[in-house]
Write a protein that binds this ligand. Structure first.
Ligand code: NDP
Ligand code: 2IT
Length: 444
């Protein structure tokens, strides 16, 4: 059996009940066969792949907090410090009831290669909790965030591990966590990114993941003789990534006709009203039924269904495995040209294969959503030099980074005879830099 297949099997055996982690590892290792098979002896002798798929450190802790009625609750907190070969661990914190160690490991593993692709000095990590922020008061959110950080603060720091937002963790949560870190550690430092502008945050970080997704989608289309102008776009999700993807798509002249949350989805044939969506989701924290009630020409449907709508471009921006084989077939039938992932691993393995085999341009999340973490790294730079850059400066750096990522994944795919396969290109280009750094640093 090849070294790669041995490791895939080992990951499945040693990490049972972690299907998302298996999926993420399988996808990366499959892509790097061309590199590993050519030099298998050396890779085996150095246990390079064992070191790649086993996190450097996993932290799991109890998070007790008190609700508004005075009742105590206990959630589980996680931080997986996966790989520090190219920089301090960097990656978000997910707060969602579905969180478990397998989900955090899949996200942390993806983060290694994503962060490498940005070209910036950041290693891979991820964390979170099975806490459900939905329906909680501000005081309950603060109680949870303070308790979570009371433990996490022992393991992170501006030069060691720098968490940020992800599903369920936005500016409010980052603020409460930053306050608690500062109180306990006595340090005002860039230990978190996605901070508020008044206390060290970067302009354009809020917009960065969604804007970055559109910058790379635009680069992809231009490379194939097209652009965003006049395109019809389907977006899933209605959170941070989705909102700013919709905003930038519209700025580039496209019409976005859908968005969704975990209970239902909107079809708005006139184009999503992004100011209304922001007001409902960012300010009032309401469900999408409020959008339908405020905009009578739109339709609201319970459940999932955005991929049924005819579109040129599909941007999944909600969560993992939300775009299935059936959805991919529907997109193909409707004449979709490109799928670019805003979320982490939103397309199932069989759907990805189908899209690629049927000539639909496809960019995987680790390349297409890396604008968020790239801008987090720019926030770290600003914190280090104790300066703040203008929105335009950050945004233009972000655009340059995304165009570079596209050029690099495209060139890597071509170099190994897989032109147009951006999954292989992203995994190979991300891996090469990490490999080089791991080799240089010895067996650690
Ligand atoms: P948010 O919490 O802001 O929004 C998440 C959105 O997805 C919400 O509309 C939410 O609906 C929906 N959603 C979440 N879980 C599910 C689920 N299980 N089923 C259906 N819908 C769901 O998160 P973000 O926008 O920050 O994150 C979205 C995706 O992008 C995630 O995969 C994240 O890992 C990824 N990402 C985020 C980055 C960032 O900078 N924030 C950077 C790179 C990737 P509801 O509100 O009803 O739960
Ligand atoms: O998945 C991701 O890249 C993020 N949630 C952002 C991580 C970060 O450190 O900004």
């Amino acid at each position: 059996m090849s070294y790669i297949d041995e490791i895939i099997q080992q990951v499945i055996e040693k990490n049972p009940d972690e299907p998302e982690f298996h999926q993420a590892v399988r996808e990366v290792l499959d892509s790097i066969r061309v590199i590993v098979d050519a030099n298998e002896e050396k890779f085996r002798r150095d246990a390079l792949l064992e070191r790649l798929v086993n996190p450097e450190r996993q932290i799991k802790f109890r998070v007790p907090w008190i609700d508004d009625q005075g009742n105590a609750h206990v959630n589980t907190g996680y931080r997986v410090q996966f790989n520090s070969a190219i920089g301090p661990y960097k990656g978000g914190l997910r707060l969602h009831p579905s969180v478990n160690i397998g989900i955090i490991k899949f996200l942390g593993f993806e983060q290694i290669f994503k962060n490498s692709l940005t070209g910036l000095p950041i290693g891979g990590g991820k964390g979170g909790s099975d806490f459900d922020p939905k329906g909680k008061s501000d005081r309950e959110i603060m109680s949870f965030c303070q308790s979570f950080m009371s433990e996490l603060c022992k393991y992170i720091g501006a030069d060691t591990d720098v968490p940020a937002g992800d599903i369920g963790t936005g500016a409010r949560e980052i603020g409460y966590m930053f306050g608690q870190y500062k109180k306990l550690r006595g340090l005002f430092e860039g230990v978190l990114t996605g901070k508020g502008i008044s206390y060290g945050g970067s302009l354009a970080r809020t917009e960065a993941t969604g804007y970055g997704l559109l910058y790379i989608t635009d680069a992809l289309l231009r490379d194939h003789g097209m652009d965003m102008k006049g395109k019809t776009v389907a977006v899933s999700g209605a959170g941070n990534v989705a909102i700013y993807a919709i905003e930038k798509a519209q700025q580039l002249g496209a019409k976005v006709v859908t968005c969704s949350d975990s209970t239902g989805w909107i079809y708005d044939p006139d184009g999503i009203d992004v100011a209304l969506l922001k007001e409902i989701k960012e300010v009032r924290r309401e469900r999408l039924t409020a959008y339908k009630n405020a905009r009578l020409t739109s339709e609201y449907h319970e459940g999932r269904g955005v991929w049924q709508i005819k579109c040129d471009i599909a941007l999944p921006c909600a969560t993992q495995n939300e775009l299935t084989l059936e959805d991919a077939k529907q997109l193909k039938e409707n004449g979709c040209i490109a799928v670019c992932e805003g979320a982490n691993m939103p397309t199932t393995e069989d759907a990805t294969k189908f899209l690629q085999e049927n000539g639909i341009l496809f960019i995987p999340g680790k390349a297409s959503n890396c604008g968020g973490v790239a801008t987090s790294a720019l926030e770290m730079s600003q914190n280090s030099e104790r300066l703040s850059w203008s929105f335009e400066e950050v945004d233009s750096k972000l655009k340059g980074i995304m165009e570079n990522v596209y050029a690099n994944i495209s060139a890597a795919a071509k170099k190994y005879g897989m032109e147009g396969n951006y999954v292989a290109g992203a995994n190979i280009a991300g891996f090469e830099k990490v490999l080089d750094a791991m080799n240089a640093q010895g067996i650690v």
